[in-house]
Structure formats: structure tokens, C-alpha cells
Write a protein that binds this ligand. Structure first.
Ligand SMILES: Cc1cc2nc3c(=O)[nH]c(=O)nc-3n(C[C@H](O)[C@H](O)[C@H](O)COP(=O)(O)OP(=O)(O)OC[C@H]3O[C@@H](n4cnc5c(N)ncnc54)[C@H](O)[C@@H]3O)c2cc1C
Length: 756
């Protein structure tokens, strides 16, 4: 029993923790950074002021994680980010295809708790920075309301992934809040004061059908007149959660210090909307619905952006400028919202896409005046306009992984963040090794024995045609088959079509004006084909040359009189795309921006989600010989300008790829990259997904040494990167990797093999 006599004022107990890296903010950015650094051996404290991890992605806020894949609604192909955030998205899709936010919370806790190098402090808020001098943080003070404990968190390096930038703010780091004028960076899309300078907060609600009538009596503070929301007629009984992202408010207030005021206004709107749905009489189908959940913590879109050695701007995104120090990439549209949010007469967002993904430089990831502070997530050094794109969670996490890896190198080299710039090549390589994709860069390592191996395989797919019976689908929207071609003469292709009347089909061969993009904005050749009643065999002999090895788009323009033949077979790096609309990301088939906002006009050609998204059933007599075993060591582990994967032949019953050396090599780690469909956005909540494991992903494999000993074996793989740490180093002249085809419709593929 504890019995305390009256005393003077008491203080809470204080606990000192000394680590290599303190990460403030356990949103997706902080989580990905913490795991990235911890796996590289850093002792990390991850301090999160709430009971669960995930920040805006958690069940407390329930935003779906998005990034460069952009709901599959723009021209960024194979653009899921890679590295830790990819591991989490793939894991979540496998364990939680229904998109249950509570399960997502659990997965994050599971991942973090498996890292012995991470000390996780939940319900613990950082509130003070102790400075060694004006530019160095010595420690942070934090308080946990659950255990009444004060923490002093001491480290040589800090990452601010708190969204609002609490560490940057307290330590005195230079920051910005609101929009730059057009003139500062020459950004033509910079908003006017009338449009507003800040993005507001949002609160979501979920509804549920109870199967019996449920009444709703609104609170006294609920919005009494729904017509105060100009777009009130868009509300309906079916939509909730992320779909109502435009219940937004606060862009004209201080989005940090006025947050509680903003929250009350949003509650007012949310309960007013539900009152309208339940009690206006306009939605009889809402009779049995109840409010299952209302957000208690507003999702914050924008607050402080800190200044690094470089401030990214609109042109970096639209022109896809290259940076020597690129460590991450983005690809969400530049997505600004009117500051009046839900009360604005204007559309809820103003989104403009670039033609492809863009690089993010290392210099935007640390404070320019606090020398041991990395910037993570929403706090990075970007203009308000550029922030319109970099702010989404997969991108935020991707950049913070890079900051974490930079912290690892800082520790190894005894450097501060700015000085790490001199070692950026090493930083890039360390990131690439974890699967972090950095456009334009390749993994190359003198320690990787795969680089010197003789590589052979029991088969290499030469794609001449797809086996099996075709599917027939009307050409109701323009369709294109993306095919990886080699520099030089374009080979001939044969497609099949059916029609009941005579008609003309317009075909076109297009490429991207920038190699590496997948926006078909350059026409190389055209061909008109007369289609007769019945089955037609169309031979397309484009008299054209490919300037580079890249994807070509064989386009068939819309003609509902015609049915094209498709196939149920799928192959890594082979994809069909369609010129359709995806309103969720402001894709109306073609982007036609006003002339004076500095955005490009182009068409959208996007894949369809499975179970649709079939390939056109083409034949090419010479065959597409682009799936060679050699690809496993080309340093790129996803399709870019070519598939970059070894793909076995369908007929090969037992595909095997072998790496051989004249002298035995000592191997401690084998890293295999599989195709988890980097086009799939894997939205984390609300939206469900038809598959748990991606259909291209090899599920079963076995790795043997030169004596036939099994070094590793897996039967239910679903992850992109399988990092196999051998119990003891193995000396061998040979690695034999046996794989099973993922299904009868999809041949086995390996994107990369590394032996280190
Ligand atoms: C309504 C809305 C819709 C959006 N739509 C999407 C979308 O569809 N998809 C998408 O990807 N992005 C979307 N975004 C953007 C995205 O959610 C944010 O930009 C993103 O959360 C940034 O990630 P983060 O990890 O930097 O910050 P956060 O997710 O905000 O995480 C920061 C964490 O730090 C914690 N923290 C704050 N202060 C402290 C402190 N003092 N001590 C300890 N911890 C602290 C917070 O509690 C929080 O958990 C949307 C944003 C909003 C608000």
C-alpha cells in the first residue's frame, strides 16, 4: 500500500533515454523512418503523442495511404514507393484486404514491436527542446499522460515527423506557413489570397447498416442549415470516410494553434450532415443506418514547412527536374484546396498532374539552421505549391525513410545532416538496397556477387503470343497495349477483332516524349484498318523506329462496333491501359489546364483494376525478348523503360535460375525481389482489394548451394523483398533458385537477386 502524507508540490518522475536517433511523430513517416534506421543498427526512440501509430493513416483519422500511384488514375506506372512503406502496404493488403483501420493500427504496432532497436513511447508528447547552442538540439522533453512520466530524450540526431513540426518549431528552425507569392519561385500555380494560402483540416465519419430503424437526435451544436454547405446536394447515404475528404475547414485560421476551434466547426458540420441524411426525409435508405464512428482528432493537411538547403517548387515537379542528390520521389498531383473548404463555392480541390514521377532531393530533408535536425513527412522543405503533391502519406513516408538512412550514415561517419551531402551516392545505394525506388538510379555494389556471376535459367520467356482462349470486349473506350520495345525497327504485331458490320479501326503507335515516363504524348505512326463482319486478323506493320528502348503504346481508338480480343494471361511488365476517366484524382481523360498556371496538357492512359485490366491478345512473330535472366542484376527491380525482370516460360514446369562462379563465394545474405505489382496503389483503409497476395508474386521458392543443400525455402511468400540472412556465411560456387509459377495464368518472375 502507498500512503503519502501531505508534502509540498510534487513533480513527476523523470526518465532519461539516450539513443542514436529520436524520431518525433509516429505517423506513417515516423514509423517507416524508425524501422528503417533500427534495421540498420541505430538505437531509436519513436515518440508518439497518441495511443496508436499511423497518424492520419491510423484508425483515429482513417485516411487511406496514397502516393505516386495516385489511385491508378494518372500516368505513373509501377510507381508504388518501395522500401519500408512498401513492405507495410503489401503486408496490410495481405492481412487486411478489407481495409479495416483497426487492423492497420495493429499491423503498425506489430512491425514496430518486432524491432528490438526501437523504444516506442506512446501517449507521449514532445513539448520542449533543450539546445546545446543555437543550432544543436541536445535533448527533447516529453510527457506521457498515461504513466505521469517525464522523459528526457537525448541523441545526436533528431527527425521531426510530427506533422506540425513541433521539434523544428521549438528548436528555432526556419519555417514557413501559408503560400509563397508567384514571384518568389516563379510558380504560376501559386494561389491568390482570395483562394487561400493553407489547406484545412478534415474529420470523417463512418456509418453502418443495423438492419432495423435507428433514430438520430443531433447535438445542439450541429449545423442547423445544411444549405450553408454550397455542395450539400452531393451528400448521400452511401458515402463516408475518405470519400468525404471535402468536409474541410480551417484554411483561413492558424492550422496549429486554432486546431481545437477548427475541430468544433468540423464536428458541427459532420453532425449536421448526418442530421440531414437521417432526418431530412430525402434519404429513406438511411432509415436503418447508424453513425458507427466520428473522428475525434482532425486530420491535418498543412501546417509548418521547414526550410532546408533547398526548397522544392512547382517546376521541379512539372518539369520532373533531376537532382544529383535525389533520394526519393513523388507523383501525386499538385493538389490545392480552397481555404474556405466545405463552405467554399469553389470545387473542393484543384489538382494537376505531371507527366511522370519526380525526384525529391536530399537537401530538402534537413533544417538549414538546426544542424542535427532531419525533416520528415509533412515538414520537408517545399513551397506551398510543391507541398500540394509531396504531402500524401506514401510520399511522406518515402522521404522520411531517406532521412532515416541518412541518419544511419551520419552515425557511421560522425557527420551532421548537411555534411552527408558529400556522401549522397552512398546514401542512394544504401536506400536502393532496401528497395527504395529512386527514379533514374541503379543499385550497384562491389560486394554483390551477382554482378560477377554466370547467370543461366531453365527458360526465358520470349513473348510471341499468349496461350489459351481469348476474351472478347467491346472497344467502348480507347485502349492501348503497352509493349517494351528495343531501340530500332518496330516489329509487326497481330491483333484480333470481331465486328458485325464493316467499320474502320484507327490504330496508332505512340511513345513518351521523355524516356521513363508512361505518358503516350508522341505519335510515331498511324494505321487505319478496315474491319469486316466476323473475325478479323489485323497485322500492324508500323513503318517506324524506336529512338530508345522503351515502352510503346499500341493504341486502338474507341469504336463500339468492334470487339477486341483480350487474354486472361498476365506477365510482369506487360500492361494494357485505357483512356478513361477517374474523377477521384481529377482525371477527365485529358488534362487541359488554363494556359497561365504552368501545368502541362496531356491525355491520361491508365490501367484497370483487376479482375479487369486484361492484356490485348497480341502476337508478334519475332517475340519480345526482354525477360532475360540477366535482368536480375541490372540494378532496377521494377518495370521502368523495360520489364527489368527474369520471366520464365509458361511451358517450363520447374523454372530455375542459376548463378555460378569459378571460385567459391562467401555469401551471408541473399536478397530476392519479386513482382508485387508496383502499379497497385494498395489503399490502406476503406477500399477493399480483390487479392491478398499480388498475382505476379512468386509464392514458393527454394535456394540451394553447389552441393544441393537447401539454404532457404519459402512456401507462402507475398512480399516484394525477401531478405534472407543465412545463419552462417556459406561458401559456394553456385546458387540455384527454384521457383514455382504463381498461377497457370502468370509465369514466375524475379526482379532482382543480390548475394552479399
Ligand atoms: C482530410 C485529409 C485528407 C487527406 N487525404 C490523403 C489521402 O487520401 N492519402 C494520403 O496519403 N494523404 C492524404 N492526406 C495527407 C496526409 O494525411 C498527411 O500529409 C500525412 O499524414 C503526412 O504524414 P506524416 O507522417 O508527416 O504526419 P501525420 O500523419 O500527421 O503524423 C504525425 C504524427 O505526429 C504526432 N505528433 C504531433 N505532435 C507530436 C508531439 N508533440 N509529440 C509526439 N508526437 C506528435 C501526431 O499525433 C501524428 O500521429 C490528407 C490529409 C487530410 C487532413
Amino acid at each position: 500500500m502507498i500512503k503519502s502524507e501531505p508534502t509540498g508540490a510534487r513533480t513527476f518522475p523523470e526518465k532519461n533515454i539516450v539513443v542514436d536517433l529520436v524520431i518525433t511523430g509516429g505517423g506513417l513517416s515516423g514509423v517507416c523512418a524508425a524501422i528503417t534506421a533500427a534495421r540498420q543498427g541505430l538505437k531509436v526512440v519513436l515518440v508518439q503523442d497518441r495511443p496508436v501509430l499511423g497518424g492520419n493513416a491510423s484508425s483515429e483519422v482513417r485516411l487511406w495511404i496514397l502516393g505516386a500511384t495516385s489511385h491508378m488514375g494518372n500516368n505513373n506506372r509501377w510507381a508504388r514507393e518501395g522500401g519500408l512503406v512498401d513492405e507495410i502496404l503489401v503486408e496490410n493488403t495481405y492481412r487486411n484486404p478489407e481495409g479495416n483501420g483497426v487492423i492497420f493500427d495493429m499491423i503498425l504496432l506489430d512491425k514496430v514491436s518486432q524491432e528490438p532497436n526501437i523504444t516506442l513511447l506512446l501517449n507521449t508528447a514532445v513539448y520542449e527542446a533543450d539546445m546545446q547552442d543555437a543550432s544543436i538540439i541536445r535533448s527533447l522533453k516529453a510527457y506521457c499522460s498515461q504513466n505521469q512520466m517525464e522523459y528526457v530524450l537525448k541523441a545526436p540526431l533528431f527527425i521531426d515527423a510530427s506533422g506540425d513540426g513541433v521539434v523544428g518549431f521549438l528548436s528555432g528552425a526556419a519555417f514557413r506557413m501559408g503560400a509563397e507569392k508567384k514571384e518568389e519561385f516563379g510558380e504560376l500555380f501559386a494561389p491568390s489570397e482570395e483562394y487561400g494560402e493553407l489547406l484545412g483540416h478534415s474529420l470523417y465519419f463512418y456509418s453502418k447498416d443495423t438492419g432495423r430503424p435507428v433514430k438520430f437526435i443531433p447535438p445542439a451544436f450541429a449545423l442547423d442549415d445544411i444549405q450553408k454547405v454550397p455542395r450539400f446536394s452531393s451528400f448521400n447515404a452511401k458515402e463516408y470516410g475518405c470519400k468525404l475528404w471535402w468536409i474541410e475547414y480551417g484554411g483561413r485560421l492558424d492550422t496549429v494553434h486554432d486546431t481545437e476551434t477548427i475541430k468544433w466547426e468540423l464536428w458541427k458540420v459532420v453532425y449536421g450532415v448526418w442530421d440531414y441524411i437521417k432526418n431530412s426525409g430525402k434519404f429513406p435508405e438511411a432509415e436503418t443506418l447508424t453513425l458507427e464512428w466520428v473522428g475525434m482528432i482532425p486530420g491535418k493537411r498543412e501546417s509548418r514547412r521547414f526550410e532546408g538547403d533547398y526548397i522544392m517548387r512547382q517546376q521541379d515537379i512539372v518539369e520532373q527536374r533531376c537532382f544529383e542528390d535525389a533520394v526519393a520521389f513523388g507523383g501525386w498531383s499538385i493538389d490545392l484546396h480552397p481555404a474556405d473548404g466545405v463552405f467554399s463555392e469553389k470545387p473542393g480541390c484543384n489538382q494537376w498532374h505531371s507527366k511522370g514521377i519526380y525526384q525529391i532531393p536530399y537537401r530538402s530533408l534537413y533544417s538549414r539552421n538546426i544542424s542535427n535536425l532531419f525533416l520528415g513527412g509533412r515538414t520537408i522543405s517545399v513551397s506551398h505549391v510543391a507541398y500540394g503533391s509531396t504531402r500524401v502519406m506514401a510520399t511522406s513516408a518515402h522521404v522520411t525513410q531517406a532521412a532515416a538512412m541518412a541518419a544511419v550514415l551520419c552515425k557511421e561517419k560522425g557527420l551532421l545532416p548537411a555534411a552527408m551531402g558529400a556522401h549522397v551516392h552512398e546514401l542512394q545505394q544504401r536506400l536502393l538496397r532496401t528497395g527504395q525506388y529512386i527514379p533514374g538510379l541503379k543499385f550497384v555494389s562491389p560486394q554483390d556477387h551477382a554482378a560477377t556471376a554466370r547467370i543461366s535459367a531453365t527458360s526465358e520467356l520470349v513473348l510471341k503470343e499468349f496461350p489459351g482462349e481469348p476474351l472478347h470486349k467491346p472497344l467502348e473506350v480507347s485502349a492501348a497495349q503497352m509493349v517494351p520495345l528495343q531501340k530500332g525497327k518496330v516489329p509487326s504485331f497481330i491483333f484480333h477483332a470481331e465486328a458485325s458490320t464493316t467499320t474502320t479501326l484507327e490504330a496508332e503507335l505512340r511513345v513518351s516524349s521523355r524516356n521513363g515516363n508512361h505518358t503516350p504524348d508522341e505519335t510515331v505512326a498511324r494505321q487505319s484498318v478496315v474491319i469486316h463482319p466476323g473475325r478479323n486478323c489485323m497485322k500492324l506493320d508500323f513503318d517506324a523506329e524506336m529512338k530508345d528502348s522503351s515502352y510503346a503504346f499500341i493504341i486502338f481508338h474507341k469504336n463500339p462496333e468492334v470487339k477486341l480480343h483480350y487474354t486472361g494471361k498476365r506477365v510482369t511488365g506487360i500492361l494494357s491501359v485505357f483512356n478513361t476517366v477517374n474523377k477521384a484524382v481529377s482525371n477527365y481523360g485529358k488534362q487541359t489546364p488554363p494556359e497561365d498556371i504552368g501545368m502541362d496538357a496531356f491525355e491520361f492512359w491508365c490501367p484497370q483494376r483487376r479482375p479487369e485490366g486484361h492484356n490485348l491478345d497480341f502476337k508478334t512473330p519475332g517475340g519480345l525478348d526482354v525477360f532475360r535472366a540477366e535482368n536480375i542484376r541490372n540494378g532496377i527491380e521494377r518495370p521502368t523503360t523495360q520489364p527489368n525482370a527474369w520471366v520464365a516460360d509458361w511451358q517450363d514446369a520447374h523454372p530455375v535460375i542459376t548463378l555460378e562462379w569459378d571460385e567459391p563465394k562467401e555469401i551471408t545474405s541473399i536478397e530476392l525481389f519479386f513482382d508485387t505489382d508496383y502499379d497497385h496503389p494498395m489503399e490502406s483503409v476503406l477500399m477493399s482489394h480483390p487479392e491478398t497476395a499480388m498475382p505476379f508474386c512468386v509464392r514458393e521458392y527454394r535456394i540451394k548451394d553447389d552441393k544441393g543443400n537447401v539454404l532457404a525455402e519459402k512456401k507462402d511468400n507475398y512480399q516484394s523483398l525477401n531478405n534472407i540472412q543465412l545463419l552462417a556465411p556459406v561458401k559456394t560456387k553456385k546458387l540455384v533458385i527454384e521457383v514455382e509459377h504463381p498461377s497457370k495464368d502468370i509465369p514466375a518472375a524475379i526482379c532482382a537477386v543480390r548475394c552479399i
